[in-house]
Design a protein around this ligand. Structure first.
Ligand code: KG4
Ligand code: ZN
Length: 335
């Protein structure tokens, strides 16, 4: 039988990424060119700078991914590309590169939702067992997504304000830590005790939604009040307290939803999935539950990459889903 070779292209934010995935599961190349260094001094991603970097890097990263996979364009079964959500100028670079290749080499094109990509990163590790629940935690998203089959996504809860990663990055900025702050807070949190009382936004009894802006403001106020009194807050204790509050809510709501929806699997997805505290807390919660499999991707598949886009594209391709050459970037695309 013929092998399936899918090229994934991802440019929704600040990573220019291209990957080749064989038969939906095997990563044969996975190139990620990060722009973090260029955005650091601005304390966040600057959209215009991101677009320019993608333009500079796109061809180089495509060539590298093809070279490492040691295949030619005529071997490709399809090209999967992130069509949204994300920064429009950034998305456009990937979408146009994918369309140009698809047109020039007559290869089918498949548009992929960025969050579907994050979820499908898990398929590079294991078979998906439906019904399943995915906890998606990234810089732009915090969602509980219920899936009863491939390609079916039901958002049962989402953040009403800041995404978890966004809250991490803003708290990190208050503590004068570099961008992106998530990994720095995570590291500090391992060194301190959660001794500072901070709020947890449980919202309504039956809601699976999240809210992190109140917590973020509480951290900022704690720091400012201490400064005004001339006291010093121990950053390790503050990081640990903040992290504990985020994790308590994420894990409690994920566990409640997993039971209510009687899922067979819980998949972690998105950049914040790299968080050591979150990984440990999920393991502790789900390990005793024999009926539920917990899947946590390795760090390289948690943050933005194109292997996850190819993995989702593989499933979509098999389902007969195709995009036309008028595919456009959609910064506000719904899953
Ligand atoms: O999925 P991702 O790479 O990009 C988006 O689609 O947003 O996620 C990036 C986010 C950033 O907010 C970053 O601070 C956060 O993931 N992050 C972490 C950790 N590593 C990355 N947050 C908490 N703990 C970490 N170890
Ligand atoms: Zn992402």
């Amino acid at each position: 039988e013929q092998n399936q070779w899918i090229m994934g292209i991802e440019t929704s934010c600040d990573e220019t990424a291209v990957a080749i995935v064989k038969n939906g599961k095997e990563i044969v190349s996975n190139i990620v060119s990060s722009q973090i260094e260029s955005h650091k001094r601005f304390g966040g991603v600057v959209p215009e700078i991101a677009s320019r970097h993608h333009v500079e890097q796109m061809t180089i990263v495509i060539e590298e991914a093809m070279k490492e996979a040691d295949i030619t364009f005529s071997d490709l079964t399809a090209i999967a590309v992130t069509e949204g959500p994300g920064l429009v100028g950034a998305l456009l670079v990937g979408v146009n590169a994918a369309k140009a290749l698809a047109f020039a080499h007559n290869i089918p094109l498949v548009g992929v939702h960025h969050i579907a990509g994050h979820i499908y990163a898990n398929r590079l590790l294991t078979e998906m067992k439906f019904p399943l629940l995915s906890l998606v935690v990234s810089g732009g998203h915090t969602e509980l997504v219920y899936m009863k089959e491939h390609g079916h996504f039901e958002v049962i809860g989402e953040t009403r304000d800041d995404a978890a990663g966004e809250a991490y990055d803003k708290v990190a900025r208050t503590l004068n830590l570099p961008y992106p702050g998530g990994p720095h807070i995570d590291r500090l949190a391992q060194l301190g005790e959660p001794t500072i009382p901070l709020p947890r936004a449980w919202l309504e009894e039956d809601s699976y939604d999240f809210s992190f802006s109140g917590l973020k403001s509480a951290v900022i106020n704690t720091v400012h009040n201490a400064e005004q009194r001339g006291e010093k807050i121990e950053p390790e204790a503050l990081a640990a307290s903040f992290q504990q509050s985020v994790i308590d809510v994420l894990v409690t709501k994920a566990a409640k939803a997993a039971k209510a929806y009687k899922v067979n699997q819980v998949l972690l997805a998105g950049g914040v999935a790299a968080n050591k505290g979150l990984r440990a807390a999920l393991q502790e919660t789900f390990e005793p539950l024999e009926e539920i499999d917990l899947v946590i991707p390795p760090l390289s598949l948690c943050t933005d990459n194109a292997a996850m886009i190819a993995a989702a594209g593989s499933i979509y391709y098999d389902k007969g889903i195709r995009s036309q050459l008028n595919l456009n970037a959609n910064p506000g695309l719904d899953i």
